[in-house]
Design a protein around this ligand. Sequence first.
Ligand code: CMP
Length: 141
Amino acid sequence: PTNRTFTMIKPDAVADGHSGAIIQQIESAGYKIVAIKKVLLTKEQAGQFYAIHKERPFFESLCNYMTSNVIIPMVLEKGNAVQDFRTFIGSTNPELAEAGTIRKQFAKSMEANAIHGSDSDENAEIEGKFFFSEKELEQRL
Ligand code: CMP
């Protein structure tokens, strides 16, 4: 498996001023930030990013939420990054999120769940390339 994953700090967490705390915890957990930026997605871009969920009942609401404020996408590097990062952020449902995880601390609901983490190496690469150029992903650590 590759040693990279993709994440984004979602609109609610950025709006609430938690991005610094979240980034600090990510770095303390041993992840190196390969690439980072602040972006306000258009509806079209949000729909494209979450195209896999197009048929889900929450799709429209998800696209509205994801464009409600800026997000902070990042590509992270660490051994076993994809799997470890999903454990680190906790369950999608904050009520089920394990103590100490990012979502346990900062998620407000199933939708406004503070942070995203790719679910596979393949998706990590696709999602990283959605936000960053090849050049930006060449960063030395
Ligand atoms: P994420 O894992 O980043 O990708 C899909 C997103 O859709 C998820 O985070 C939530 O923000 C949202 N989501 C997933 N399941 C639900 C649900 N049942 N109801 C509302 N939003 C959801």
